[in-house]
Design a protein around this ligand. Structure first.
Ligand code: PLP
Length: 355
């Protein structure tokens, strides 16, 4: 690729086949469970040219070497597997529910210890890092949208000898590059913004540390948390437009957060100032929140986030969502549609509550 570090250029050009007459511009979908003996890959669980193209592109955007996974949870499970027996994991109390469930399960089985923290309280998180093996971040958190001081906490974690992982699913490398802030590993549910079209499950990790890359690849190879080839192709195709989609969705989210502020049906509008997720809290709790998700016509009532289409969901409908998340919190994943159409639909649903 011609030398550019600009995300819009990198996203379009990284991970393409060599140039030449009749060379395809896009990497083919390579369906292979095995390869001729004697090469670098050998077997389908150890590597695939379609994964490699995706990994080259996402690695270039995050500033490290990437490994692709079957899903965000596949990546999370593999990274948590690095923690030794009884090691301490410090994580945000409002992490993604799958991460919280996985940590709780590992703790219940005596594999690791966990300390859940308020990620906005830097001094408390730094204190909690003391004997940690792994310090886990989401910033912004899902769905509370809290922000952490990643650089300060990463420095303290390293002083304590801990590894630092940032789940960068919400911000994407377009808006935040955690490796540059001191993280050892960046992790993605590529299912969300990176693939971007709600049609593929994929995960990824990126690290700038060659030794750690080798350890992670070794764990992936043995755990078998590897992606399908079609999924890797779709995720790379989605990644080509990531900067464009994030820019548009963020502009829509900023405008919607502005229009939603002070609406009489709401007790709170949470928007961290960047990204395309807005969380609104219905003043009357769960019942009006469920009515809003029922009454929108353009916004789709669905879990997940980060697609081109706008979706919304009351998060406490999941039992695993912490009780500190308000019952009436509806997470909006703002898509790339026309912002006035999105507003009109949301407004009619909110207005229907106050008659
Ligand atoms: C922040 C975050 N991390 C990880 C995951 C898990 O990813 P996946 O669903 O691709 O396994 C999710 C899923 O919603 C998420 O929101």
């Amino acid at each position: 690729m011609a030398e550019s570090t600009k995300p819009a250029t990198v996203a379009v050009h990284a991970g393409r086949p060599d140039r030449g007459p009749d060379q395809p511009l896009n990497v083919p979908i390579t369906m292979a469970s095995t390869y001729g003996a004697g090469g670098d890959v050998e077997y389908g669980r150890y590597g695939n040219p379609t994964w490699a193209a995706f990994e080259e592109a996402l690695g270039a955007l995050e500033g490290g070497r990437c490994l692709s996974f079957s899903s965000g949870m596949g990546a999370i499970t593999t990274v948590l597997d690095l923690v030794g027996h009884d090691g301490l994991v410090v994580a945000p109390q409002h992490s993604y529910t799958g991460t919280l469930l996985q940590l709780a399960d590992l703790e219940l089985r005596g594999r690791v210890r966990t300390k859940l923290v308020d990620i906005t309280d830097t001094a408390a998180v730094v204190a909690a890092c003391d004997d940690a093996a792994l310090v886990w971040f989401e910033s912004p958190t899902n769905p509370a949208l809290e922000l952490a001081d990643i650089a300060a906490i990463a420095a303290a974690a390293h002083e304590a000898g801990a590894r630092v992982v940032v789940d960068n699913t919400f911000a994407t490398p377009v808006l935040q590059q955690p490796l540059a802030l001191g993280a050892d590993i960046v992790l993605h549910s590529a299912t969300k913004y990176i693939a971007g079209h709600s049609d593929a499950l994929m995960g990824a990790v990126v690290t700038a540390d060659d030794e750690l890359y080798g350890v992670l690849k070794g764990r992936r190879d043995l755990l078998g948390t590897t992606p399908g080839t079609l999924e890797a192709y779709l995720a790379l195709r989605g990644l080509r437009t990531l900067p464009l989609r994030v820019e548009r969705a963020q502009a829509n989210a900023t405008e919607l957060a502005r229009r939603l502020a002070g609406h009489p049906a709401l007790s709170e509008v949470r928007y961290p100032g960047f990204g395309a997720i807005v969380s609104i809290v219905l003043a009357g709790g769960a019942a009006p929140a469920d009515l809003v998700t029922d009454r929108t016509r353009l916004w789709l009532h669905a879990t997940s986030l980060g697609g081109v289409e706008s979706t919304l969901e009351r998060r406490r409908r999941w039992n695993a969502e912490p009780a500190t998340i308000p019952e009436g919190l509806v997470r909006l994943s703002v898509g790339i549609e026309d912002v006035d159409d999105l507003w009109a639909d949301l407004e009619q649903a909110l207005e229907s509550l106050i008659g």
